[in-house]
Design a protein. Structure first.
Ligand code: GUN
Ligand code: ZN
Length: 432
């Protein structure tokens, strides 16, 4: 007999992009809902009143003053940067030299990698994130350690070894050939194993030679379902540097385009300073951008033009970009995303925000047939949010007169404290 569990709570999930379907048709909400899970997948979702009779055999888990939604998706994060979160005073290029490279050097030790992979995944789960697209370090062992831990928890995770063969300390450089063969070895070992996927991961254009980018592009097309994960147009100095390193290319995106690194499952972090033509090209190729507001504000990089990207058909997900990002919490990312929009005279509707943190991320990763909301058949990756998480949140909720206000207040005031429980493939992996 298969084992069924039914979770009773208010339930909300995103079912469409508000830009395409309007706010009201973008979500489904059950005030007294039931989420039925079997064999790690969602079996049914609906009103408790209707479903309880139908699933009498299920183990019932009842929550009060909570909101269940699908697990958050983080479309850009670095696991070797956990210990440098909140490093003072620098913008991108100096921040990399001063803090990031020394921290990544420590991952030459498999023990360190293994410890940090555990810490990192635990922190994601504490924050309600069930899927992430993750940078490792240049060491292939960093990815073995990461996938080993992710597999133990049966998480849907995407990661890759960093490729960089110039403009970085010697101790962190690979070569075009070793980056290719080490990545290939990791793909053979991990890509498609359980819920794990591999991403070909050139750090960014300045730290790869054209030879390395050529081999990265070749590898990206050698296996079905591979991802390509990099950074683009985050910082003005960085963009000038790319122009001087690749004078023969039209611009930053063209460097990646020329080397066969754009298309479906290509995810570019930041994109804060992309021009209209570049947005157009990203849109027509099915590429995605990871919007990383806490990082963009912390490093003083700039404000993302979300409307332009979406008008040009670019898929957009939400990323924390820890350790340049300042929180693992996608609720906190949404708080900062709201402010990024405010500074441009625009609004971020709470349901659009929910979409970005869940279904929009899944679409950016071409995983919306498996994750991103709570439709029957999808992976049972979900989070239980606590309306009583703190005294202040409690008071604020008492004043909120409808779901929109409650959702918005959770995004502005909430963080890991608002996550009561996190489930992955139907199994509780974090409980407060
Ligand atoms: N660009 C190249 N490497 C990095 C990194 O580690 N973090 C951020 N935010 N941007 C980058
Ligand atoms: Zn990053």
């Amino acid at each position: 007999m298969s084992h069924r569990t039914a979770h009773r709570s208010a339930i909300l999930h995103s079912i469409g992009d508000p830009r395409e379907v309007g706010i009201e048709a973008s979500y489904e909400y059950f005030d007294d809902g039931l989420l039925v899970v079997e064999n790690g997948k969602i079996l049914a979702i609906g009103h408790a009143e209707t479903l309880l009779g139908q699933f009498q055999d299920a183990d019932l888990v009842e929550y009060t003053d909570t909101l269940i939604t699908s697990g958050f998706i983080d479309t850009h994060i670095h696991y070797p940067q956990v210990d440098i979160i909140g490093a003072y005073g620098e913008q991108l290029l100096e921040w990399l030299e001063t803090y990031t490279f020394p921290a990544e050097r420590k991952f030459e030790s498999p023990q360190h990698a293994s410890e940090l992979a555990g810490v990192f995944l635990k922190e994601l789960l504490r924050n309600g994130t069930t899927t992430a697209l993750v940078f490792g370090s240049v060491h292939k062992e960093s990815i073995d350690a990461f996938f080993t831990e992710a597999e133990k928890l049966d998480l849907r995770m995407i990661a890759g070894k960093v490729m960089m063969d110039r403009n970085a300390p010697e101790y962190l450089c690979d070569t075009p050939e070793s980056a290719y063969s080490d990545s290939k070895e990791l793909i053979e070992r991990w890509h498609g194993k359980g819920r794990l996927h591999y991403a070909v991961t050139p750090r960014f254009a300045p730290t790869s030679t054209p030879e390395q980018l050529t081999l990265a592009g070749k590898l990206f097309h050698e296996y079905p379902g591979l991802y390509m994960h990099t950074h683009i147009s985050e910082n003005k100095q960085e963009i000038e540097w790319v122009k001087s390193l690749f004078p023969e290319r039209k611009g930053y995106l063209d460097v990646y385009d020329h080397h066969g690194l754009i298309g479906e499952r290509s995810v570019f972090a930041h994109g804060v300073h992309l021009c209209d033509e570049e947005c157009q090209r990203l849109g027509e190729t099915g590429s995605a951008v990871a919007f990383c507001p806490t990082s963009n504000l912390f490093l003083g990089s700039g404000l993302l033009n979300l409307d332009l990207l979406e008008e040009r058909g670019v898929r957009v997900g939400l990323g924390t970009d820890v350790g340049a990002g300042t929180s693992f919490s996608q609720l906190q990312s949404l708080n900062e995303a709201y402010k990024v929009m405010q500074l441009q005279g625009k609004k971020l509707d709470p349901f659009k925000a929910l979409y970005l943190a869940t279904l929009g991320g899944a679409r950016s990763l071409y995983l919306d047939d498996r994750i991103g909301n709570l439709d029957p058949g999808k992976d049972a990756d979900f989070v239980v949010l606590d309306y009583q998480a703190t005294p202040l949140i409690s008071r604020r909720m008492a004043q909120a007169s409808n779901l929109t206000e409650k959702l918005f207040a959770l995004m502005i005031l909430g963080d890991d404290r608002a996550v009561k429980a996190t489930y992955a493939a139907g199994v509780c992996r974090h409980r407060k």
